[in-house]
Design a protein around this ligand. Structure first.
Ligand SMILES: NC(=O)c1ccc[n+]([C@@H]2O[C@H](COP(=O)([O-])OP(=O)(O)OC[C@H]3O[C@@H](n4cnc5c(N)ncnc54)[C@H](O)[C@@H]3O)[C@@H](O)[C@H]2O)c1
Ligand SMILES: [Zn+2]
Ligand SMILES: [Zn+2]
Length: 349
């Protein structure tokens, strides 16, 4: 079979590799579409080294069809549509013992810690798989992982009907949060970014979205003005760095300044530097900060929303490339983020 192999950092090659056998207690999946994630961009550049090794088949966002059912597997049939949850938690560390799997101290993902799904076939245990109704397009199945990250963030922040929201960062994760939030609340969502093209996506697909270009106006002042000085109920940080724009506070502190009394800030960005905040600004409001990491069973929620047309996956898709063009996909994302959100990779042939 063919696979997109990271042969050395910054270089993905379309190579012949051995097709995996369908092991006992596993099913063999023919991968239809995969999708490049921000973490993949870090891996591609070698920024997750030594966690990642080369050569490695990349990919933790993908979907496919069951083509073979291994010995001892029940409940799965050839032809089933499937979305693999790439997370492997240990089940025995203190966090896992508390049922808090995203905090597993030895959490691993296929496509990061071991070979992944940017290939024509992969064999996986049913415990990692979610069944997807057959009418959901294969392209959308590949987006279930990232949509479930948005759903998890929405659940961690406990977004309720009628809540107003700000999402700092209108990239891949920020837009998935918008989609998840809109399954719950129709109230105003403020989307913040510095790239006009990315800001344009939210209002194109959803009502009552106000965009703010942080390089042109002060988001906190605008949010206060639009909410009669009150601020929003929930703020999400999905930028991933704490660099300050001249005259503005960093995104996490901006979130704190944007919420109302008793509000919630949910942080997702995985920047490497500290993001300074003034706790007095949080304490005066008795606001709380929660974090959100990957997902925790929200695959089922995302599939249910897709089934009921409550999400707009097409809003995320910038373009489709063949699996053999995976390297080009990384280059497009790095060189032209304004034009590219999610790039789908076709592994069907
Ligand atoms: N916690 C999790 O589960 C989780 C999962 C996936 C990714 N992440 C992290 O979330 C972050 C965002 O990921 P992504 O894939 O959406 O990245 P992305 O690059 O697609 O999105 C980030 C957006 O922030 C914008 N931005 C940059 N500086 C800004 C500023 N000062 N103010 C406002 N907007 C600004 C960028 O233009 C971009 O559109 C990354 O750090 C990523 O590693 C976290
Ligand atoms: Zn991802
Ligand atoms: Zn664990």
């Amino acid at each position: 079979m063919k696979a997109a192999v990271l042969t050395e950092y910054n270089k993905v090659e379309w190579l012949d590799v051995e097709k995996p056998a369908c092991k006992p207690r596993e099913v063999l999946i023919q991968v239809c579409y995969g999708c490049i994630c921000g973490s993949d961009q870090h891996i591609h550049k070698g920024e997750f080294h030594p966690r990642t090794k080369t050569p490695m088949i990349m990919g933790h966002e993908f979907g496919g069809l069951v083509v073979e059912v291994g010995e001892g597997v029940t409940g799965w049939e050839v032809g089933d549509k499937v979305a693999p949850d790439p997370i492997i938690w240990c089940g025995t560390c203190p966090a896992c013992m508390k049922g808090h799997y995203p905090a597993c101290t030895s959490l691993k993902l296929i496509g990061i810690d071991s070979d992944g799904g940017f290939a024509q076939f992969i064999s996986l245990p049913p415990s990692m798989l979610y069944k997807v109704p057959s009418h959901i397009p294969d392209e959308h199945v590949a987006l279930i992982e990232v949509l479930s990250i948005g759903c998890h963030a929405k659940n961690r922040a406990n977004v309720k009907k009628g809540d107003s929201v700000v999402i700092w960062g209108s990239g891949k994760v920020g837009l998935c949060i918008l989609e998840a939030v809109r399954t719950v609340t129709d109230n105003t969502v403020f989307m913040i970014d510095i790239l006009e093209n990315r800001l344009a996506i939210g209002p194109k697909y959803y009502e009552n979205v106000i965009t703010i270009n942080a390089s042109k106006e002060n988001p906190v002042e605008r949010i206060k003005a639009e909410t009669n000085g009150k601020g929003v109920d929930i703020a999400f940080e999905a930028v991933g760095h704490a660099h300050e724009i001249e005259g503005l506070v960093n995104p996490v502190r901006g979130c704190i300044q944007s919420v109302c009394g008793g509000g919630t800030i949910c942080v997702l960005g995985l920047g490497n530097e500290p993001a300074p905040v003034l706790f007095k600004e949080l304490i005066w409001k008795e606001a709380k900060i929660v974090s959100s990491r990957v997902s925790h069973g929200e695959f089922a929620e995302a599939i249910e929303h897709l089934k009921n047309n409550r999400l707009k996956p097409e809003a995320l898709i910038s373009q489709k490339l063949h699996g053999s063009q995976t390297q080009l996909g990384f280059e497009l994302l790095d060189e032209n983020p304004a034009e590219n959100i999610k790039i789908l990779l076709d592994f069907r042939s």
